[in-house]
Design a binder for this molecule. Structure first.
Ligand SMILES: *[C@@H]1O[C@H](CO)[C@@H](O)[C@H](O)[C@H]1NC(C)=O
Ligand SMILES: *[C@@H]1O[C@H](CO)[C@@H](O)[C@H](O)[C@H]1NC(C)=O
Ligand SMILES: *[C@@H]1O[C@H](CO)[C@@H](O)[C@H](O)[C@H]1NC(C)=O
Length: 270
């Protein structure tokens, strides 16, 4: 299946990156993710775990996601505490927020649209209105379509709220944001948003095959705020060059979803 292929491809690229990273660090190998020190360095297990989250957010069986029993919820992400699933039917977006107790981190996974019928809508949005001035960053311009898909939908308030609640419950643990393709573009805006409000040390980003989202000025601001961002791409993936990109995605329909937003699981009341 297509999604399995990109997971495999991403894993292959990560092996290459790991080798590079090991070489550039003089072969030093260390834990990738240190919550006290909060550095975010490659380690194959960590990267593979994050791929599994980025992949799981494509699952359409929401009950299986809620109970974390989906077919992609079984491996390295076992024991994940899902706290909130966001489904924006109107814009065909999906995301979840939860806590990975092994990593001691809040995970935010975002999925782009999958509907073919929406493809043109997105394409228009992306190609016709590319240059939005990013707030409070002089000269920084971003793709309106991707930015709006994050900023002007349910995603931004719902994610921000769920992350804050999780951190209130578990202490100020780190946040890892991930996504694939268009979901990766939105994950980037999300990470920037969270880094500005929670601090750069607390927010990490890993995306897979994400398209470019802004100009050089934006990229330089972005690097400042989200220094630990990692973008995994591979040469056969056209996403980084040609947004948007949907053909590998499994077809699905949204008719069965009863509500626009699924209620967040509220653990505070337990
Ligand atoms: C990789 O990172 C994970 C998660 O932080 C950690 O549990 C594991 O020990 C690390 N592995 C190595 C070889 O450093
Ligand atoms: C985090 O740990 C690394 C390696 O152990 C060290 O080089 C770095 O200075 C530490 N950063 C902080 C902010 O303590
Ligand atoms: C982003 O969202 C905020 C809050 O909803 C809104 O005030 C602002 O206009 C949005 N920015 C853009 C460029 O659409």
């Amino acid at each position: 299946m297509g999604t399995r292929r990109w997971v495999a491809a991403a894993a292959a690229v990560m092996v290459a990156l790991l080798l590079l990273s090991a070489a550039s660090h003089g072969g030093r190998r260390g834990p990738s993710f240190n919550s006290n020190n909060r550095t975010f360095v490659f380690n194959y297990t960590l990267a593979k775990t994050i791929v599994e989250y980025a992949s799981a957010v494509y699952m359409t069986d929401l009950t299986a996601l809620y109970t974390w029993t989906c077919s992609r919820c079984n491996d390295l992400t076992k024991g994940f505490e899902i706290r909130c699933i966001i489904v924006d039917i109107q814009n065909c977006l999906q995301a979840f927020i939860g806590v990975d107790h092994n990593l001691n981190a809040v995970i935010v996974a975002i999925r782009g649209t999958q509907e073919n019928s929406v493809q043109n809508w997105i394409k228009d949005l992306v190609w016709k209105q590319v240059d939005l001035n990013y707030p409070n960053m002089p000269d920084a311009k971003v793709h309106t379509g991707f930015y709006s898909a994050y900023n002007n939908t349910l995603l931004r308030p719902a994610i921000t709220n769920a992350v804050r609640k999780a951190r209130r419950l578990y202490g100020d643990i780190s946040v890892i944001v991930t996504g694939h393709s268009m979901g990766g573009a939105m994950a980037s805006f999300c990470a920037l948003d969270l880094a500005i409000s929670l601090g750069s040390d607390s927010v990490h980003l890993m995306t897979f095959g994400q398209p470019r989202i802004g100009n050089a000025a934006f990229a330089s601001y972005f690097e400042q705020y989200v220094p630990s961002a990692i973008r995994v791409t591979h040469e056969h993936d056209i996403v980084p060059h040609l947004p948007p990109y949907f053909f590998f995605l499994p077809h699905l329909t949204y008719h069965h979803f009863p509500r626009e937003v699924f209620p967040c699981i509220n653990l505070e009341s337990v």
